[in-house]
Ligand binder design. Structure first.
Ligand SMILES: [Mn+2]
Length: 339
């Protein structure tokens, strides 16, 4: 099923403005990078001036994306672009569940008006001037496609490619719950525009370093099951990164292996990415709402995928905090209705 309607004022703002800064969340995933590139591409094709800002240089997992050379992480340059644009400027934040996720330059960006927010996180905390938040959408990429269509634009090949990557990654290759008929309809249109699914799949899933597999071997070696196999817990330590030679971004997708065990309802991945920073990712199967669990620890996300941070924590201290909350959530069954 397709999601909620796009607020008309968002389409009006996009039609009217000449200058745009497009941003997404920190530690950007495929949906974030793909949506950012696709939106920037469409605006450029409409003849607008676009500054596509990424808080940090793009992850090596996504540096194959067409147009990623146009991403700019220079905040001073962005500041100049905003100043030069005067009052004719609009910021579009994509896939950000809350203002904090914009990153270090949040204040500079949020001083700009109009500030448009397009997001699909269930735990979304409202911010900005105009919002379209649709937790039933499979991905922000799907929402960007709807905007392109509502504006009667035709995506270029690069734009279609970016949207396909966004949708493919955020749906776990069309497997997750929010994958609906509209998701396939849009994917079909992107394929008609020239995107080759096998080509994208090769770049996304058969393009890894041996170091990533070495790290995966170590992380899967930490697997522990508890509560009769309903919870799977894995972890990574800073030392494992150093020993394997893998990069922090290489852990993307590891948690899916913990979730793949048939008895598992919630998979927990505790990550010591730096010596003073531990975070946890949660993935659910079935009725358990892990966005609610993450919220208890100041995090957020989707019903089936969420995360939270524990600055200064240790793997063990985080495990001791999180496991009781997961056990409670499984016992209460969770909210089965929302996606
Ligand atoms: Mn997303």
């Amino acid at each position: 099923m397709s999601g909620s309607r796009i607020p008309e004022e968002i389409l009006d703002v996009i039609r009217a403005a000449e200058n745009f800064v497009v941003v997404t969340h920190v530690q950007p995933d495929g949906d974030a990078v793909g949506s950012l590139l696709a939106m920037s591409e469409m605006l450029k094709d409409m003849g607008k001036r676009v500054f596509a800002f990424l808080d940090e240089p793009i992850s090596h997992l996504y540096d194959f994306m067409p147009g990623c050379g146009r991403l700019n992480s220079d905040a001073e340059e962005m500041s100049r672009f905003i100043a030069e644009s005067g009052t004719d400027i609009c910021v579009i934040a994509l896939d950000c569940g809350e203002a904090d996720r914009i990153g270090r330059h949040r204040e500079l960006l949020m001083a700009v008006s109009p500030f448009v927010v397009i997001d699909h996180h269930l735990s979304h905390l409202n911010f900005g001037d105009h919002r379209w938040v649709d937790p039933r959408s499979s991905s922000t990429g799907e929402m960007v496609y709807e905007i392109i269509e509502a504006l009667s634009q035709t995506p270029s090949y690069d734009c279609a490619f970016s949207l396909y990557v966004a949708i493919c990654t955020d749906t776990g290759s069309f497997r997750y719950e929010c994958t609906g008929p509209r998701t396939f309809e849009i994917a079909g249109k992107l394929v008609e525009l020239g995107v080759r699914p096998n080509h994208v799949a090769g770049l996304l899933y058969e393009n890894y370093s041996p170091q990533r597999l070495k790290l995966m071997q170590m992380v899967l070696g930490t697997l522990e099951l508890c509560e009769d196999g309903q919870i799977a817990c894995i972890h990574v330590t800073r030392d494992m990164f150093d020993e394997s030679g893998a990069k922090v971004q290489d852990i993307e997708g590891f948690i899916e292996y913990a979730r793949s065990i048939s008895s598992v309802k919630v998979a927990v991945f505790i990550k010591q990415t730096w010596y003073n920073m531990v975070s946890a990712s949660l993935r659910a199967k079935g009725g358990c709402n892990v966005a609610d669990i993450a919220k208890q620890f100041g995090g957020g996300g989707h019903r089936n995928a969420s995360g939270c941070k524990f600055p200064g924590g240790t793997i063990e201290s985080v495990r001791q905090q999180i496991l009781p909350a997961v056990i409670d959530a499984i016992a209460s069954g969770g909210d089965r209705n929302s996606c």
